[in-house]
Design a protein around this ligand. Structure first.
Ligand code: ADP
Ligand code: MG
Length: 270
């Protein structure tokens, strides 16, 4: 099987009047079709920079990024990008919000509208189509933002800490929801997160980055013995704790201040 995305030995430094900030150093990995990758690393190590390079917003100084053989360009329609803030517009209804991307691109075709209707219904927002964003819970808003992104039919989804603004309980529910939706839609994704448990529970492989300039410290394939793997079920799988400890120790060696959700200690990851 050919990889969907190839990151080949990329490096990037930011140049400002204050000087040079090396952000990424010789990063290589591949994403296979249908695969879910998570990227964890110390704060400020270059995770968002990496996603900006993958979606073509920035160009690497060295190395190459290929998606099905061609380099992504700014606004590349093959790639969907979801951020921490949902950026829903309060003056539009939920239905008008989820259609925003299609409207901007002039792609409100009958089949895409049908697909949006189906997603609203399947993912529990059918009754809220005429509601305003402020009438929805944080989790529902993130689902609406995801539907808006998926409506564009991207081949790859980039998620930059999309749950970090939510409280702990909501985050568990929303990451479970979104993990299921992406599996059902067979959507390959790269999730950047601070939360080791979130990475392990959602991803097929976790890429651990060093401190800045980030390089790949380790790639950890995640494999659970449980049936019906969902992000929520994965957290109680017997292997979960070992993966947590492995990644925790790796990150500790790069960043003593690596933040971990308060409820989780390395000895008790659940
Ligand atoms: P992360 O997402 O891992 O927290 P970022 O990719 O946002 O890290 O940033 C990596 C480093 O590059 C940080 O030290 C940040 O201050 C610096 N940086 C990010 N964007 C710019 C920019 N546009 N100009 C200069 N430095 C930047
Ligand atoms: Mg970031």
């Amino acid at each position: 099987m050919k990889p969907l995305l190839e990151i080949r030995d990329i490096s990037l430094s930011y140049h400002t009047i204050e000087g040079e900030t090396p952000a990424l150093s010789h990063i290589s990995f591949q994403l296979m079709p249908g695969e879910f990758l998570a990227v964890v690393g110390p704060s400020g190590c270059g995770k968002s920079t990496l996603l900006n390079l993958i979606c073509g917003l920035t160009e690497p100084e060295e190395g190459q990024i290929l998606m099905n053989g061609t380099s992504p360009a700014p606004g590349d329609s093959r790639i969907g990008y979801m951020l921490q803030k949902d950026h829903l517009l309060e003056w539009r209804s939920i239905y008008q919000n989820v259609l925003l991307g299609l409207e901007i691109r002039g792609e409100k075709t009958a089949d895409k509208l049908t697909c949006v209707e189906e997603m609203l219904h399947t993912y529990g927002l059918g009754k809220f189509r005429n509601a305003r964003p402020s009438q929805l819970s944080g989790g529902m808003r993130q689902r609406a933002a995801l539907i808006r992104t998926l409506a564009l039919k991207p081949e790859l989804l980039l998620l930059d800490e999309p749950f970090s603004a939510l409280d702990y309980q909501t985050r568990l529910n929303v990451s479970d929801d979104i993990g299921r939706i992406l599996k059902e839609e067979h959507k390959p994704a790269i999730l950047v997160t601070h939360d080791i448990s979130e990475a392990i529970s959602m991803a097929d492989r976790v890429i651990v980055l060093t401190r800045r300039p980030a390089s790949v410290a380790r790639i950890v394939p995640i494999c659970f013995s449980i049936e019906n793997r969902t992000p929520f079920n994965s957290r109680s799988a017997p292997e979960f704790k070992n993966y947590f400890n492995l990644i925790w120790k790796e990150l500790q060696s790069y960043d003593a201040d690596f933040s971990c959700p308060k409820k989780i200690s390395p000895k008790d990851p659940t």
